[in-house]
Design a protein. Structure first.
Length: 262
């Protein structure tokens, strides 16, 4: 049930603004394992809280026929950094209005989940029964700035975007390596992020995908060097400098997009 904490003395525009379009507090991003009998989802505490946390629902251990839900990770309690600028742009394409945990990835057997909070990478061991006492999410040391972590189907590695390249961490050792990255002179090249047209017009926000055997990644390379520059100002911050943005106007060159297997 979604509780929006509506105050009937408040105007509708104010209620809509405080609840961010009545989207806060609503469960979303469901992932189901029929074999494990567990449902994972993201939800904030209430209709006035923007911090998304990771929850799960499981059958009652006493065979009552009910499903019980409990919070696995409270994003407010986690160590956080600054949201990477590329992640801000990605959330804008996704029309994301929440904070905290906004997405997560699980392996095929539903043993582990990974997510980021403001660029910091975390790994969570998922419950094996209907117990509420689950291990705390483990903070993985990457230096921050992580975007869109995806755990491999076999649960052995986590791939993520950082500093314009795609990195891969071996979970058992915590060792990370760079799979592919742009050269210093390629200032308008990104790896592992969806191009603007795909994210904005096609609603595809992913830029890399694991192979089913977990032995490789299909990675998108985007070169925006031929795309025209538009200068975007923030009306809420009139004293801030406008920022450049590569925008493919109609009739002008699009980004050079390629897919490579790594």
């Amino acid at each position: 049930m979604v509780v929006h904490d509506l105050n009937m003395t408040e105007s509708f525009p104010r209620q809509k603004a405080l609840t961010r379009g009545f989207r806060l507090g609503a469960p979303r991003s469901f992932r189901l394992s029929a074999e494990r009998k567990i449902v994972l989802f993201i939800r904030s505490e209430s209709g006035r809280s923007a911090a998304g946390s990771l929850w799960c629902a499981q059958p009652d251990a006493h065979d009552s026929g009910r499903w019980l839900e409990h919070k696995l990770v409270d994003s407010v309690e986690l160590v956080t950094g600054d949201i990477p600028e590329q992640e801000r742009a990605r959330r804008e394409r996704m029309r994301e209005v929440t904070e905290g945990i906004t997405a997560f990835s699980v392996d095929d057997l539903f043993t582990s989940a990974t997510f980021v909070v403001n660029g910091e990478l975390y790994l969570l061991a998922l419950p094996t029964g209907s117990e509420e006492n689950v291990p705390r999410a483990k903070h993985l040391q990457t230096g921050g700035g992580c975007i869109d972590p995806q755990i491999s189907p076999d649960g052995s590695h986590i791939a993520y975007v950082r500093d314009g390249g795609v990195h891969c961490m071996e979970i058992s050792t915590g060792q990370a390596r760079v799979l592919v990255t742009a050269h210093p002179e390629e200032v308008d090249v990104t790896w592992g992020l969806a191009d603007f047209a795909a994210a904005e017009e096609l609603e595809r926000v992913r830029g890399f995908w694991w192979r089913r055997d977990s032995h490789g990644l299909l990675v998108e390379r985007v070169d925006n060097s031929d795309v025209e520059v538009a200068w975007i100002a923030d009306p809420a911050l009139p004293r801030s400098e406008p920022r450049p943005h590569r925008y493919p106007f109609a009739g002008t060159p699009n980004a050079d997009v390629r897919l490579l297997l790594r």
